[in-house]
Design a protein around this ligand. Structure first.
Ligand code: GLY
Length: 393
């Protein structure tokens, strides 16, 4: 009997899946603190912003005009919020101010990531007017990309296939516009965001709720082309694109309470979670239709974004769906926290996560750490720990 029990314990340990492990949020966040402290040491100058790695293992730092320049400062604000460590507050301020000049940028739609994330967290946590002033200027700059006739914000200026491309990623800028509307009392910011979300809802999605990456419009707002840029093919479901859509419509519902956004977010979540090619550990391949599955790279960044979005969505739906979405998000976080995807202090220049894909068709950032994967992982851990704390009350 004794021998039988020992073998049961041994077998259950041996065959335990990552899903069966519990998620130790504190352990993961404490390790993130160590890693980003080391990352700060490796980055004495704020003109070289941590972004990723090259294939040879060297650092791929970027200047402030790169679309990802705000994520490092924003992550430091989250880690300051978690730890209360004033050295992190000072670092968060320094890396936030590193992108200050981008408040005047009008040639990209990415100001939601570049300005709203770092300065938004800074303002939320400190209430300082200096941050708010920069946020408001950035929102003005972003608003210049909205075309009233088309009813959308233009994503890129230099897209060879058409003059007015809109990418699904652009949903991530809408929270910034709504923040600006409510902060200034100028409802035009919100009207732009709602118009953009509505036209995207009408034109970016297929029947199964998967999305195109790029939709091109003519000057009257008619659709002229539906394409991909970073996905496998025009008709495929690029994993991060699905993640941006899910996150974007979840936050649009939180902010506006318009039921059509909730319905859209749930549709995207259900498409994603029920997909037959979503692996058992719930870390997607870089494109759900990539031809070499199962021998294709995973995209950890998509998993991190989706886990955070599902935790938000689970706060806004009925009990049954909430339980399903939260369980899926936690499973994603558990997988991300295993050695398969999670770096240890000192590994890979102290990025938290490995195995993301930036732009596979362009041969750029394939199977590397990406700073935005880290950001959404931290955000999801914090969202989950807040939920754990509130559910114990
Ligand atoms: N917004 C660019 C990307 O998701 O790669």
């Amino acid at each position: 009997m004794y021998r039988f029990l020992i073998s049961c314990v041994f077998l259950s340990f041996f065959f335990s899946t990552p899903q069966a492990q519990t998620l130790d949020v504190k352990k993961q966040l404490d390790m993130a603190l160590q890693q980003y402290e080391l990352m700060l040491k490796e980055h004495p100058n704020t003109d070289k912003i941590p972004h990723s790695m090259y294939a040879d293992g060297s650092l791929r730092d970027m200047p402030s005009d790169w679309w990802c320049s705000g994520f490092f400062g924003a992550s430091l604000w989250y880690l300051y919020e978690y730890s209360g460590d004033t050295r992190l507050k000072e670092a968060a301020h320094r890396w936030t101010m590193a992108v200050e000049k981008e408040q005047y940028t009008t040639n990209t739609h990415d100001l939601g990531f570049m300005i709203y994330y770092p300065f938004g967290h800074a303002y939320r946590q400190t209430g300082k007017e200096e941050y708010k002033k920069i946020l408001l200027q950035g929102a003005q700059s972003l608003g210049t990309r909205f075309n009233k006739k088309v009813g959308l914000m233009k994503s890129w200026d230099d897209y060879p296939a058409c003059d007015f491309p809109v990418i699904i990623d652009n949903m991530m800028n809408l929270e910034y516009m709504i923040w600006a509307a409510r902060e200034t009392g100028n409802s035009y910011f919100e009207e732009m965001a709602v118009s953009h979300a509505d036209k995207t809802l009408a034109n970016h999605f297929r029947k199964d709720k998967s999305s195109y990456h790029v939709v091109c419009y003519d000057s009257l707002g008619n659709v002229v082309l539906k394409k991909t840029h970073q996905g496998y093919s025009d008709g495929s479901a690029w994993a991060r694109g699905q993640a941006w859509g899910l996150y974007g419509y979840s936050s649009m519902y939180r902010l506006t309470k318009k039921k059509r956004y909730l319905k859209q977010a749930q549709g995207i979540a259900d498409f994603y979670l029920a997909h037959p090619r979503l692996p058992a550990d719930k870390i997607p391949y870089w494109d759900f239709d990539a031809p070499g599955i199962p021998n294709e790279e995973r995209d950890v960044s998509a998993a991190a974004i989706v886990s955070s979005a599902l935790l938000e969505l689970s706060e806004m739906v009925g009990k049954k769906k909430a339980t399903q979405y939260r369980a899926a998000a936690v499973q994603m976080l558990q997988s991300l926290s295993t050695d398969a995807y999670r770096n240890r202090p000192g590994e890979m220049h102290n990025f938290l996560l490995r195995h993301s894909v930036g732009h596979k068709p362009g041969g750029i950032e394939v199977d590397v750490p990406l700073i935005y994967a880290d950001y959404y992982y931290i955000e999801a851990l914090l969202r989950y720990s807040r939920w754990q704390a509130s559910s114990k009350k």
